[in-house]
Design a protein around this ligand. Structure first.
Ligand code: SAM
Length: 260
C-alpha cells in the first residue's frame, strides 16, 4: 500500500532522480565505508547507497517505513534497519565504536536539535552529508558580521569544516516542502580550530549572548561575565554578539561565571 507522508515526522520524499544522483556523487560511498543514514524514508538515497556496497545502518522513526525497508533490503547483507529516534541515538552502540559516515535528507522539523546531537559525535565521524532547509545551511556556513551568524554557525564551525554544496528546489520532493533546501558537507576537524577548555561554559556564553542579539555583550552577559574581564580579554563590552568570531567567543567563555 502507498505510504501517506506524515507531517509530524517531517516527511518530504525526494523524487527527482537527478538530485538523488548528485547527492550520492557528493557522498561518493565506497565498499569499505560504514554509512549511517538518518531518515531513509522510502529509500531514495538508500538504494544507490546500498548498491555501492557500503555497509549501511538505517535509522527510521516511522514504524511502517522501517517495516517496508526491512522487507526491501531483506536479502542484503550490507544493510541493517533500526527503528528509532535519531535524536536519542547512541552512535557508539550503533556502530560498535567504528568510525562512520553520516548522511540523510533530514526531517526539517527537528533539524537544529538533530545537528547539535550529531555534532557531539564528531570525533567518531569521517564526514556528514545532509539535506536541510537552505536557510539553516546559510546559518551553518555564515561568517561573523551578518544576520545568519549565530549559535548554529559557531557550534558547527567549532566541530567541522562546513561546505554548502548545492541547492534543491521544492519540486524535487513529494510532497513539496514550503522552503528551498540545500546539501551541506561537514568534515570534523582533526584538531579543534580554537582551544575551549569548558564546553558547557562556551555553549552557555554563546547561547546567552545570542538570546537577545540586539543587546550589547555587557547587557546580555550581565551577572555572568564581568565587563572588566571582557576588556582585559580584548573584547569590547559594548559590542553586539554577531561581531565576534569563534576565537573571541572561546576567549570570552573562559571568563564565564568569574564575575569577581
Ligand atoms: N531519505 C528520504 C528521502 O530523501 O526521500 C526521506 C526524507 S524525509 C525529509 C525525513 C525522514 O526522516 C522520514 O522518513 C521520517 O520518517 C524520518 N524521521 C523523522 N524524524 C526522525 C527521527 N527523529 N529519527 C529518525 N528518522 C526520522
Amino acid at each position: 500500500m502507498a505510504h501517506r507522508a506524515r507531517k509530524r515526522f517531517g516527511q518530504n520524499f525526494l523524487t527527482d532522480s537527478t538530485v538523488v544522483g548528485r547527492i550520492v556523487d557528493a557522498i561518493d560511498p565506497q565498499p569499505d565505508d560504514l554509512v549511517v543514514e538518518i531518515g531513509p524514508g522510502q529509500a531514495a538515497l538508500t538504494q544507490p547507497l546500498a548498491d555501492s556496497g557500503a555497509e549501511l545502518v538505517l535509522v527510521e522513526i516511522d514504524r511502517d517505513l522501517a517495516a517496508q525497508l526491512r522487507k526491501r533490503f531483506a536479502g542484503r547483507q550490507n544493510v541493517q534497519v533500526r527503528e528509532g529516534d535519531a535524536l536519542q541515538l547512541d552512535f557508539h552502540a550503533l556502530t560498535g565504536g567504528r568510525r562512520f559516515r553520516l548522511a540523510g535528507n533530514l526531517p526539517y522539523n527537528i533539524s537544529t536539535p538533530l545537528l547539535f546531537h550529531v555534532l557531539g559525535w564528531s570525533d567518531h565521524v569521517r564526514d556528514m552529508h545532509f539535506m536541510l532547509q537552505q536557510e539553516v545551511v546559510r546559518r551553518m556556513a555564515a561568517t561573523p558580521g551578518g544576520k545568519a551568524w549565530g549559535r548554529l554557525s559557531l557550534m558547527c564551525q567549532y566541530h567541522c569544516a562546513v561546505t554548502p554544496l548545492f541547492d534543491v528546489p521544492p519540486e524535487a520532493f513529494t510532497p513539496a516542502p514550503r522552503v528551498h533546501s540545500s546539501i551541506v558537507r561537514l568534515v570534523p576537524h582533526e584538531s579543534p580550530p580554537v582551544r575551549i577548555d569548558d564546553m558547557a561554559a562556551f555553549e552557555e556564553t554563546v547561547s546567552r549572548a545570542f538570546s537577545q542579539r540586539r543587546k550589547t555583550l555587557r547587557n546580555s552577559l550581565r551577572g555572568r561575565i564581568d565587563p572588566g574581564a571582557m576588556e582585559a580579554a580584548g573584547i569590547d563590552p559594548g559590542a553586539r554578539p554577531e561581531t565576534l568570531g569563534l576565537a573571541e567567543f572561546a576567549e570570552l567563555s573562559r571568563w564565564w561565571g568569574k564575575t569577581g
